[in-house]
Design a binder for this molecule. Structure first.
Ligand SMILES: Nc1nc2c(c(=O)[nH]1)N[C@H]1C(S)=C(S)[C@@H](COP(=O)(O)OP(=O)(O)OC[C@H]3O[C@@H](n4cnc5c(=O)[nH]c(N)nc54)[C@H](O)[C@@H]3O)O[C@H]1N2
Ligand SMILES: Nc1nc2c(c(=O)[nH]1)N[C@H]1C(S)=C(S)[C@@H](COP(=O)(O)OP(=O)(O)OC[C@H]3O[C@@H](n4cnc5c(=O)[nH]c(N)nc54)[C@H](O)[C@@H]3O)O[C@H]1N2
Ligand SMILES: [Mo]
Length: 681
């Protein structure tokens, strides 16, 4: 029997594709983009077009296991689910009785479905009173930056990029990380749009743009202020839009005209004044103008204020007037799903556990008081993806830390587990999705029976809750109950399951702020933010420099800025274990400018060591001039166990966090590079 099942791509990617899976006699045989779905339009990326290989991979975790060797070695023996769950409950109970803050959930976005990402698990840890986890690995700086200026994670409809006449890809590489936006950018370009990439690296997207502005990493806020200066000086500000729909223009103008002339900004950014002036003139005169801001630019110490500053630009030129104008970093807050009902923070019942910042996991596991004594990892591979790995690994190596890992594969993190549990993939469970890069809700129907003894995250926490004696009815909600709860009446779950996707209740040509109506306290675009002022932050945009990249003294020892952005054929560290994708990416490599390579006697193909005071790792040099001089770039995130010396980019990144939102600063990192072995001739 053959049937077609409607599923949603679960990965942490703005595109959140609607897909069709063909199932023959219980076996998934084909996966494709849903040709009816407007954003997906029938195409999916190379990674997910091989999702069946991931689901049926020979090394999929199929049974619960208990560690039999030393932590980190990766030796495990099969046990039953009952043994595994009984042991976990037996370990958690005394900790919970003594001080539940010694227990920590450790999850991120391995799947973004509301059920498997944040429902039964959150309820479980709230009821327990465990330490709270601040999930800051990716987007919190930008999220808070946007909140200050626009009021929430909202922006223009990505579907409208096709009609823009000017497109700015600002710290964004859509060829790699936002494929379905890229198609629209190309369509616009074919119709004569000018497309500008702002990126220290000639990425796969930057090389196909009309113009590439290769600024110094972490200086985007300064560039935006320089653009504002020129707009103001040359009369390119939309005075009507500004007076109706913004707050604080006069104060902003005063500051920007006094402090951010293009000459000064050009120096800060490592550009020419002509580049700054031309960017401003383009932005002030070409309409509609669409900015795709992406998270790459906010992984710096000043990333939050930089995102806030850039988010002021569309209001200044009135770009919001048009559905194809404005800016978009994330569309997530248009959904208004019922997160409180999903996660049930009320189960804390008045307790206020401490919060641990995930970007400082290494410090937390090695020095928090009271210590973390038990950690449950799911949807996350912290040994590979968290900064300053030496500390993270020191933490996970502690014999007195009880570690549970729930995953599809024996990840770098799973090697440190006491108990490993097999999770279902997206083909094996229900879920409901929002997107942060379009405006559709999606349903995920299970296509096949679970592989091996795998269980959904939700079911694992349901069973654990029962063992812990949690008897609130919410611990008995089924996955489909949770889907209905998430939707909060925005869509009918039965209809969504049948159709696969449904657009939010917004117009076809959605221009969210054409007439103001920003979700800020004032209802205006807040050039001046009282919300920031109350937190002791400058209420007006300003240049907040990166910490390491701008540190001249540090540059003496570590002259190169190090960026480790997403590799095309990995999804963070997902897919990086599968041979096909490792072959696509070939090997861990470092893109270098010929000038920086020559100064170190490094040639194409040499093995090099990247190092700083935090650590080091080795990989192969590619001397290709893609990064600007002084910058080196290592597409990531490789698994450590598949890397030449068992380490990866996060052995050198720092646990410092951003100005707003406590976000990770992966790209605010200085290193030196040395040759360790000459390439074979
Ligand atoms: N194929 C693939 N797709 C992915 C991912 C993946 O790993 N692989 N990851 C997903 C996730 S979780 C996320 S958050 C998004 C990530 O999406 P982004 O963070 O936007 O990642 P990229 O698209 O690589 O864009 C990052 C670009 O920012 C540049 N950059 C670095 N520092 C700066 C800076 O200071 N200023 C400016 N202007 N540019 C800078 C980098 O050189 C890089 O080209 O992608 C998602 N999609
Ligand atoms: N150096 C450097 N480090 C980075 C980044 C970078 O650009 N450079 N990017 C950062 C960013 S943007 C992000 S978002 C984070 C991402 O960090 P993570 O969210 O940890 O992403 P992944 O590395 O893909 O690991 C997700 C894990 O979840 C598992 N998983 C998937 N689905 C399920 C499920 O249903 N149940 C369970 N239990 N497990 C599941 C996958 O198999 C995988 O092992 O990494 C950050 N780290
Ligand atoms: Mo991310």
């Amino acid at each position: 029997m053959s049937e077609i099942v409607k599923v949603a791509c679960p990965h942490d990617c703005p595109d959140t594709c609607a897909m069709l899976v063909t199932v023959d006699d219980g076996v998934a045989t084909r996966i494709q983009g849903d040709p009816q779905a407007p954003f997906t339009e029938g195409s999916i990326c190379t990674k997910v077009s091989h999702y069946l290989e991931r689901t049926y991979a020979p090394d999929r975790l199929k049974y619960p296991m208990r560690r039999s060797g030393r932590k980190g070695e990766g030796n495990f023996r099969r046990i039953s689910w009952d043994e595994a769950l009984d042991e976990i409950a037996a370990r958690l109970k005394p900790l919970a009785a003594e001080n539940p803050e010694t227990i920590l959930p450790c999850s991120y976005a391995g799947t973004m479905g509301m059920v498997q990402y944040s429902s039964m698990d959150r309820r479980f840890f709230y009821k327990l009173g465990a330490s709270l986890l601040d999930r800051t690995l990716c987007s919190t700086a930008g999220k808070y930056g946007l909140k200050a200026t626009l009021g929430a994670s909202v922006g223009m409809d990505p579907e409208r990029f096709e009609e823009a006449k000017l497109i700015i890809l600002w710290g964004a590489n859509p060829v790699v990380s936002n494929l379905h936006l890229w198609g629209r950018v190309q369509a616009a370009k074919r119709r004569g749009a000018k497309v500008i990439a702002i990126d220290p690296y000639r990425s796969l997207s930057a090389e196909k743009c009309t113009q590439h502005i290769a600024l110094l990493p972490g200086t985007d806020g300064a560039l935006a202020l320089g653009v504002m200066h020129v707009l103001m000086r040359e009369g390119l500000v939309d005075r009507d839009y500004v007076s109706r729909y913004t707050l604080g223009y006069d104060a902003l103008e005063k500051r920007v005209l006094a402090e951010y002339p293009p000459e000064r900004v050009a120096k800060l950014c490592g550009l020419t004044s002509a580049e700054v002036v031309q960017l401003a003139r383009d932005y002030g005169t070409i309409k509609p103008a669409a900015i795709r801001l992406n998270y790459g630019m906010q992984r710096h110490a000043g990333g939050g204020i930089a995102a806030r500053t850039i988010a002021c630009l569309p209001a200044l030129v009135g770009a919001w007037r048009d559905a194809a104008g404005g800016i978009v970093l994330s569309t997530a807050d248009f959904y208004k799903f019922d997160h409180a009902a999903l996660e049930r923070p009320d189960l804390l019942a008045g307790r206020r556990p401490r919060t641990i910042n995930q970007s400082k996991l290494g410090d937390a596991l090695t020095s928090a008081k009271p210590p973390v004594r038990a950690i449950v990892i799911y949807n996350n591979n912290p040994v590979a993806v968290c900064p300053e790995s030496d500390k993270v690994i020191a933490g996970f190596s502690r014999e007195d830390l009880f570690t549970v890992v729930i995953d599809h594969f024996q990840t770098d993190s799973a090697d440190y587990a006491d108990i490993v549990l097999p999770a279902t993939t997206q083909l094996e469970h229900h879920d409901v999705h929002k997107s942060y890069g379009h405006l559709y809700m999606l349903a995920n129907n299970p296509a096949i029976a679970p592989v091996g003894e795998a269980l959904p995250n939700s079911e694992i926490f349901r069973r654990l809750a029962a063992r812990m004696g949690f008897d609130e009815p919410c611990f008995r909600d089924s996955d489909e109950d949770i889907c209905r709860t998430a939707l909060a009446g925005k869509a009918d779950w039965e209809a969504l399951k049948r159709d696969g996707w449904q657009r939010l209740a917004v117009p076809e040509r959605f221009a969210p702020f054409a007439h103001g109506g920003f979700p800020t306290p004032s209802g205006k675009c807040e050039l001046y933010s009282e919300w920031l002022e109350k937190q002791g932050v400058d209420p007006l945009p300003f240049y907040n420099p990166p910490v390491e990249v701008a540190d001249a003294a540090l540059a003496e020892s570590y002259p190169l800025a190090f960026i480790s952005p997403p590799a095309r054929h990995f999804l963070n560290s997902s897919f990086a274990n599968l041979p096909r994708f490792r072959e696509f990416e070939r090997e861990p490599h470092l893109d270098m400018h010929p000038q920086d390579a020559a100064a170190r006697g490094i040639r194409e193909g040499d093995h090099v060591r990247v190092y700083n005071a935090r650590g080091s790792y080795t990989l192969r040099a590619r001397v290709n001039g893609k990064p600007r001089p002084g910058v080196v770039v290592a597409p990531s995130v490789w698994w450590k166990k598949y890397s030449p010396d068992g380490r990866n980019a996060n052995n050198v990144t720092s646990q410092r966090t951003t100005d707003l939102g406590g976000g990770a600063t992966f790209y605010d990192c200085r290193v030196e590079v040395e040759r360790v072995e000459r390439a074979a001739a």
